[in-house]
Design a protein. Structure first.
Lengths: 232, 57, 236
C-alpha cells in the first residue's frame, strides 16, 4: 500500500482551507449586488468552476498530443484524469449558470455562447468515456482517446466562435429580461477580491484533485497489470 | 432620487441552492475518488496475496 | 525520362495518388454494383423529410425559414448512415487489413475513403435537392446554396471518416459514430444552416461571408488534423 506523499496531504488541507476561505469571501466579505441581490454571489463559484473546467480541458488536449507522440501511458492516465475533472467542474459551472439565470432572466437556460459551449464540451467528454468503454484493447483505448481528445480540443473553440457569431447577429430574447443584457454588473473593489481569490483557490483545488486523480489512475494501471499477470 | 432606490431583490434562496449544489457535486466527486482508491487498494492486496501464493506452489 | 521498369523507382507522389485512386475506385465500383449504401441513404433521407413535414406542420412562410435547418438535419443523419456502412464494409470484408498491408502511406487510405464518402454524400444530396424542391415548392438549385452544401459536406466527411474508423472498432459500432461526430461537427451545422438560410432568403453577401469563412476554416483545419492522426487510428 503506497503512502500518500506528504506534499499531497498538505495540498489537500490547503485546498480545503482555501475552499472555506473562498466561500467566506463570496458569501460574507463581498457586498450584495444592487440589481440582482444575493444570487449574484453564485457568480464567484460559477466562474471559478468554469475556470477549473478550462484548465482540465487544456490539460487533456496537451496530454493527448504528448501521448500520441511518446506512446507513454502515463500521459494517457493524465489525460483521463483531466477529462474527468473537467467534466465534473463544467457540470457545476453549468448548473450554477442556470441557477443564476433563473431569477434574473426568468429562464433556466440562456443560449449564451460560453454556457452552450460548455454543454457541448460535456457531450464530447461523455462521448470520450463511451468510446473508451467500448474498446477492449488498452492500447487502442489510449490511442483513440487521445485522437478524440485532440478532435474535441480543436472543435470546441471553433464551436464557441460559431455560437458567438450566431448570437451577435441574432440576439436572443429571453423571457422578460432585456435581450441585450449579458448579466453584466460592474465589480466593486471587494467583489474583485472575492472574484480573484475564488480563481486562485480553485486553481489550487484543481491541482490537488488532479494530482489525487492521477495517483488513482496509476494505482488502477498497477491493479490491471496484476490482473493480467495472474491470468497467465 | 438616489435615496428612493429599491433595496436589492431577495434572491438568497437561489444563492443557497447554488452553493449547496456546488458543494454537493464536489463532495460526491471527492467521495468517489476515496471509494475508488479504497477498492483498488483492496484489489491490489488481494492480487498480491494470490501472486505470492502462486509462487509458493 | 528513364527506361526503368514500372516496378522500380516510382516517385512517391504517384504511388500516393495511385493508392488514393485505388481506394476510391474500389468503393465506387463496389457501390455501383450493389447500390446498397446509396439506396439506404436515399430512402432514409426521404423518410426524414417526411417526418419533418409532419413534425413541423408549417405554412409556406415558416417553411422557408426552416428549410435550411431541415436540409442539414437530413444530410447529417443520412451522412452518418453512409459513413457507418462505408467503414463497416471495410472492416467486415477485411479490406481494411488488406489495404494496411500495402506499403503505402496510411493517409492515402484516409484520403481515398474521404473522397468516396464525400462522393456518396453528394450523390444523395443531389437526389434530395430536387425532391425537396418539388415537395416544398422552393427552388433549391441556387449556386450559393450548392457551394454551402459542398463546403459543409467536405468538413462533415473529413471528420466523419476519421471518427468512423474509430467507432467501427468499438463494441457498440453504429451507435458510437453519431455520439462522437455530432458534438464535434456543430460548427459546420451552425455555419451551413446560417449560410444556406442566407442564400435562400436572398441576404446580403456580407452577411453570409463570415459563415462561408467558418466553413472553409473548419474544412482546412480538420482535414489536416485527420490526415495527421489517421495513422494512430488504423495501426494494429
Amino acid at each position: 500500500m503506497e503512502k500518500k506523499p506528504t506534499a499531497l496531504l498538505v495540498l489537500d488541507i490547503v485546498s480545503l482551507i482555501l475552499l472555506a476561505a473562498s466561500t467566506y469571501f463570496a458569501l460574507v466579505f463581498a457586498p450584495t449586488e444592487a440589481v440582482m441581490g444575493a444570487v449574484q454571489r453564485v457568480f464567484y463559484f460559477h466562474v471559478a468552476t468554469a475556470w477549473v473546467g478550462m484548465l482540465g480541458f487544456i490539460a487533456a488536449g496537451v496530454s493527448g498530443i504528448v501521448y500520441l507522440r511518446t506512446q507513454n501511458t502515463k500521459w494517457d492516465i493524465i489525460e483521463f484524469a483531466a477529462v474527468e475533472i473537467s467534466l465534473v467542474f463544467f457540470f457545476i459551472a453549468i448548473l450554477l449558470g442556470s441557477i443564476w439565470a433563473r431569477p434574473i432572466w426568468n429562464t433556466w437556460w440562456t443560449w449564451d455562447p460560453r454556457l452552450t459551449t460548455a454543454a457541448v464540451t460535456e457531450l464530447i467528454y461523455i462521448a470520450y468515456f463511451m468510446l473508451r468503454q467500448g474498446l477492449e484493447d488498452p492500447d487502442r483505448r489510449a490511442r483513440f482517446g487521445a485522437v478524440y481528445t485532440l478532435v474535441g480540443a480543436v472543435s470546441v473553440p471553433i464551436t464557441f466562435m460559431a455560437i458567438r457569431l450566431f448570437r451577435t447577429i441574432h440576439p436572443v430574447v429571453i423571457g422578460n429580461g432585456d435581450p441585450n443584457a449579458s448579466g453584466g454588473f460592474s465589480m466593486s473593489g471587494d467583489m474583485k477580491v472575492a472574484f480573484f481569490f475564488a480563481l486562485f483557490a480553485f486553481t489550487v483545488i484543481f491541482i490537488d484533485l488532479f494530482w489525487n486523480r492521477i495517483r488513482l489512475g496509476r494505482l488502477q494501471e498497477k491493479v490491471e497489470q496484476l490482473k493480467l499477470n495472474i491470468s497467465q | 432620487m438616489f435615496f428612493l432606490q429599491d433595496p436589492p431583490p431577495d434572491t438568497s434562496g437561489y444563492m443557497i441552492a447554488g452553493y449547496i449544489i456546488a458543494f454537493f457535486v464536489m463532495g460526491i466527486y471527492v467521495a468517489s475518488l476515496i471509494i475508488r482508491w479504497r477498492n483498488l487498494n483492496q484489489d491490489q492486496q488481494l492480487l498480491e496475496e494470490l501472486e505470492t501464493e502462486r509462487h509458493k506452489k | 525520362m528513364t527506361l526503368q521498369t514500372s516496378t522500380t523507382r516510382q516517385p512517391i507522389q504517384s504511388n500516393f495518388g495511385k493508392a488514393v485512386w485505388a481506394v476510391v475506385q474500389k468503393d465506387l465500383s463496389a457501390e455501383l454494383r450493389s447500390r446498397e449504401l446509396l439506396s439506404a441513404m436515399l430512402v432514409f433521407s426521404l423518410l426524414v423529410i417526411l417526418i419533418f413535414n409532419f413534425a413541423l406542420e408549417l405554412d409556406i412562410q415558416t417553411r422557408r425559414s426552416v428549410t435550411a435547418g431541415v436540409l442539414w438535419a437530413t444530410f447529417a443523419f443520412a451522412g452518418t448512415l453512409g459513413l457507418n456502412r462505408s467503414m463497416a464494409i471495410e472492416k467486415d470484408r477485411g479490406c481494411l487489413d488488406g489495404l494496411l498491408l500495402t506499403p503505402v502511406d496510411r493517409s492515402a487510405i484516409y484520403f481515398g475513403k474521404v473522397i468516396s464518402n464525400f462522393a456518396f454524400m453528394l450523390i444523395v444530396e443531389a437526389f434530395i435537392l430536387p425532391i425537396y424542391s418539388v415537395l416544398y415548392a422552393i427552388n433549391l438549385f441556387q449556386p450559393g446554396l450548392l457551394l454551402v452544401i459542398l463546403l459543409g459536406s467536405i468538413g462533415y466527411t473529413a471528420v466523419g471518416t476519421l471518427l468512423s474508423a474509430m467507432s467501427v472498432q468499438t463494441r457498440t459500432r453504429d451507435v458510437m459514430l453519431p455520439i462522437l461526430l455530432f458534438p464535434v461537427v456543430i460548427p459546420i451545422l451552425i455555419a451551413a444552416v446560417k449560410a444556406s438560410g442566407g442564400y435562400l432568403t436572398g441576404a446580403e453577401f456580407s452577411e453570409i461571408a463570415p459563415w462561408l469563412n467558418l466553413l472553409v476554416v473548419y474544412d482546412v483545419i480538420f482535414t489536416s488534423l485527420a490526415f495527421m492522426v489517421f495513422d494512430y487510428v488504423v495501426e494494429e
